[in-house]
Design a protein around this ligand. Structure first.
Ligand code: GLY
Ligand code: MN
Length: 465
C-alpha cells in the first residue's frame, strides 16, 4: 500500500469533481473455478484499489457526498475462517490504514444503497464487468440487469478517468518495479528457447519469474510461434528451426501495477533475412512513434505514422504498391497491422478499460473509426503529461485474413497479393514498450530489454552456445 495520504488525497480529489449523491465502489469477490471453494486467483477491482488500497475480497466502499462520510462495508472474518486461512488484519484496521474510520457489516451497504434510491438520491455506480456485482446492484436498486448495464454514472467515470490517467511519481515507481520483473521474464524466455521444446516450457519459466518478482502476471501470457494470432494463449506447439517466438507478457506488482512488453526473437541464433526485413520495419515504427510522443499530440496521429512506416517498408519489399497516402485512407495497412498502436497502462494492463474505451481513449469530437484496423485503436486522443501508455506496432501475416482479402480483392490497388501469398507461413512480429509522457517528450519506463536485431541475436547466441 502507498502512504495513507495518497488514498486520502485521491478521494478528496474525486469528491471535488462530483456534485452530489453517493459514490458506490463494488469490490470483487472470490469466484469458483470448478466449485465454490476452488477459486480463481483473486483480483481486487482497480478502482477500489486506487481509492481504498485494500486488497481483500467481499468489500464495498461508499462515499456519501451529502453526509460527507466514507464507509467500508465488509464482514470481519470469523475464527472458523482463521482456522483455514490464518489470522487476518481486521477490516477496521485496514480501513484505518487508508484514512477511513467508519466500517460496517456488508449487508449494511445494501441497505444504504436501497435507502438512498428510495429517497430519490443520486446513486453513482460504475460499469460492472462481473455478473455477481451486477446482480447485487440490480437487487439493491430494484432495477433490471439491463438497466444496471445502461445507467452507470458518466460523471463518476469521467472524474475517475481524469484522475487515474495522470500517474503520480509513486505510481511510476511502481510501474518501473513491474518492468524490472518483466525484463527478467523476457530474458528467461530468450535464454531458454531452443528447437524441440514446447512453448509451455517457456511460459512456465516466465510465470515462475513473475512470481519470484513478488507479484504475478498482469494478464495471461502470450508466447507463441504463431505470433500472427494477436492474443494467442495456446502454448502447446513445439519450437522448430526457422520460426519466430512472439512473447507478450508483463508482471503485476504486489500493488497491482502492470507491465506490458512484447519482444519477438528467432528460435535459431539468427533471424533469416526475410525475418530481418520485416523486423526492421516494425522496429522503425516502434522507435519513431516513441520518439514522437509528447503532450498535445493525438495518439491517433502516431498510429497513422506507424501505419505509414509499415506500408512504406512493405512497399520497399514489393508487398505494397500505389500511393501510400491513398492506401492509408483506404486502410490497406489493416491487413498487416489490424490492432491499435497502444493503450494506457497502470493498475490495469489496458488501464480503466472497465470504464469504457470511449472515456479513456476518445473524447467528444474524436469518434472511433469503423474501419478494420483503425477501429481497434483503444487510445486516440491528445496525450497529456503523466499519461503512461504502450507503443506496440506489429506486422502479421494472418493466412485466413490474407485469403479473404485477396479473394474479395480488398484494397487490391495497394496490396500485391501475389507477393503477400509468399508470406503465409511467416507468423507475426510485435515490439512493445511502456512510456511515460513528460513535459516535453517521453521517458521509456523500466530497464532496457534486448530489442535491436544485434542485441537479440547476441542473447540468442549466448543462450545456445
Ligand atoms: N498485452 C496484450 C495487449 O495489449 O492487448
Ligand atoms: Mn499491450
Amino acid at each position: 500500500m502507498f502512504e495513507q495520504t495518497t488514498y486520502v488525497n485521491r478521494r478528496n480529489a474525486l469528491v471535488e469533481k462530483m456534485d452530489s449523491g453517493m459514490l458506490v465502489f463494488m469490490g470483487n469477490e472470490n469466484v469458483g473455478m470448478n466449485y465454490r471453494d476452488n477459486t480463481y486467483h483473486f483480483r481486487q477491482d482497480s478502482n477500489f484499489l486506487y481509492f481504498f488500497g485494500i486488497n481483500q475480497e467481499n468489500l464495498i466502499a461508499i462515499i456519501d457526498l451529502e453526509e460527507n462520510k466514507t464507509c467500508i462495508y465488509g464482514d470481519e472474518l470469523s475464527v472458523e475462517y482463521v482456522v483455514w486461512m490464518g489470522p487476518q488484519v481486521t477490516i477496521k484496521e485496514k480501513a484505518s490504514q487508508v484514512g477511513i474510520s467508519e466500517t460496517a457489516p456488508y449487508a449494511h451497504a445494501a441497505k444504504a444503497i436501497a435507502n438512498a434510491r428510495s429517497k430519490g438520491r443520486n446513486v453513482h455506480f460504475l460499469p460492472q464487468y462481473r455478473a455477481s456485482n451486477m446482480i447485487k446492484l440490480a437487487d439493491w436498486l430494484g432495477d433490471s440487469i439491463e438497466k444496471i448495464k445502461a445507467t452507470y454514472s458518466e460523471n463518476f467515470i469521467k472524474a475517475i478517468v481524469g484522475l487515474r490517467s495522470i500517474k503520480s511519481a509513486e505510481e511510476v515507481a511502481e510501474m518501473e518495479k513491474a518492468l524490472t520483473t518483466t525484463k527478467e521474464m523476457h530474458l528467461v524466455a530468450m535464454k531458454h528457447a531452443r528447437v524441440g521444446i514446447k512453448e509451455s516450457f517457456l511460459t512456465g519459466l516466465v510465470e515462475w519469474q513473475a512470481t519470484a518478482g513478488g507479484g504475478g502476471l498482469a494478464y495471461p501470457i502470450i508466447l507463441t510461434v504463431n505470433g500472427q494470432t494477436l492474443h494467442n494463449h495456446y502454448h502447446g506447439n513445439t519450437l522448430q528451426k526457422g520460426q519466430l517466438v512472439l512473447g507478450d507478457f508483463g508482471a503485476d506488482t504486489e500493488m497491482h501495477y502492470a507491465g506490458d512488453i512484447t519482444r519477438t526473437f528467432p528460435v535459431d541464433t539468427k533471424f533469416t533475412s526475410q525475418q530481418k526485413d520485416i523486423y526492421e520495419i516494425v522496429l522503425k515504427a516502434e522507435v519513431d512513434c516513441i520518439n514522437g510522443l509528447k503532450p498535445g499530440i493525438l495518439y491517433r496521429d502516431l498510429h497513422m505514422q506507424a501505419a505509414r512506416i509499415i506500408l512504406e517498408g512493405l512497399q520497399n519489399l514489393g508487398l505494397v504498391k500505389g500511393n501510400i497516402d491513398d492506401a492509408l485512407v483506404e486502410g490497406a495497412y489493416g491487413l498487416f497491422f489490424p490492432h491499435g498502436l497502444g493503450h494506457m497502462i497502470g493498475l490495469d494492463v489496458h488501464d480503466m478499460e472497465d470504464l469504457g474505451e470511449q472515456h479513456v481513449g476518445y473524447r467528444p469530437g474524436l469518434e472511433r473509426s469503423k474501419q478494420f484496423g483503425l477501429k481497434s485503436l483503444r487510445l486516440a486522443k491528445e496525450l497529456e503529461e503523466g499519461n503512461v501508455l504502450t507503443v506496440e506496432p506489429g506486422i502479421y501475416f494472418i493466412p485466413e485474413l490474407i485469403q479473404k482479402w485477396s479473394k474479395e480483392k480488398i484494397c487490391s490497388d495497394f496490396l500485391n497479393y501475389d507477393k503477400i501469398l509468399d508470406y503465409l507461413a511467416f507468423g507475426g512480429i510485435r515490439i512493445e514498450d511502456n512510456c511515460l509522457i513528460t513535459s516535453h517528450g517521453q521517458q521509456t519506463l523500466g530497464p532496457a530489454i534486448p530489442k535491436s536485431i544485434d542485441e537479440i541475436e547476441e542473447i540468442r547466441q549466448l543462450s545456445l552456445s
